[in-house]
Design a protein around this ligand. Structure first.
Ligand SMILES: Nc1ncnc2c1ncn2[C@@H]1O[C@H](COP(=O)(O)OP(=O)(O)OP(=O)(O)O)[C@@H](O)[C@H]1O
Ligand SMILES: [Mg+2]
Length: 159
């Protein structure tokens, strides 16, 4: 089914490729939650996405900064990509004071690791990506939740 895709990722390169392939289907305004244990490959996927969109710099894990912004052009439209890592988020109350709500807007794409740490206040995901350990590699599952999220996954499958 186009809105529920499962893939095997045998090595790091495969995770990077998934990110790069997925990046060409991204639309502004989309929020993607990246699920998976420590070391599952969430940041690697983000590296693939940013590389696919032509970003040449280093992609740091926003472990302490909580979010890292990137200026990217998608379909010739300036778009902000926000890469969140909320592992060190303390509780729901921190959400309002963080100002992160404003990062989720129609001209940004939000890629969020450890979204559950922000409780129920964080905007819902258009797409959920689940990464799990599978032998030496990883298994990935992409699920589209909203019409825009499903549209991205349809483009991805047809690309
Ligand atoms: N498909 C894969 N097969 C094997 N190793 C992989 C694969 N994808 C990524 N890795 C490796 O997994 C390690 C951890 O990846 P990464 O930092 O992306 O994890 P993470 O999910 O962001 O972890 P954290 O929750 O700590 O931020 C890296 O060394 C990366 O090379
Ligand atoms: Mg990470």
């Amino acid at each position: 089914m186009a809105h529920d895709i499962t893939l095997n990722l045998n090595d790091e390169q495969a995770t990077l490729k998934l990110g790069a392939d997925f990046s060409s289907t991204l639309l502004a305004g989309v929020t993607v939650y990246l699920h998976g244990d420590l070391g599952a490959g969430k940041t690697t996927f983000v590296r693939g996405v940013l590389g696919g969109l032509g970003f040449m710099g280093r992609v740091k894990s926003p472990t302490y900064t909580l979010v890292e912004p990137y200026h990217i052009s998608i379909n010739n439209i300036n778009t902000m990509i926000y890469h969140f890592d909320l592992y060190r988020f303390i509780d729901e109350d921190e959400w309002d004071s963080s100002g992160f709500r404003d990062y989720f807007n129609p001209s940004s794409v939000c890629l969020v690791e450890w979204s559950d740490k922000a409780g129920s206040l964080i905007p819902q995901a258009d797409i959920d990506l689940y990464l799990t350990l599978s032998g030496e590699g990883r298994s990935a599952r992409l699920i589209g939740n909203t019409s825009v999220g499903k549209k991205c996954l349809e483009h991805y499958q047809n690309s």
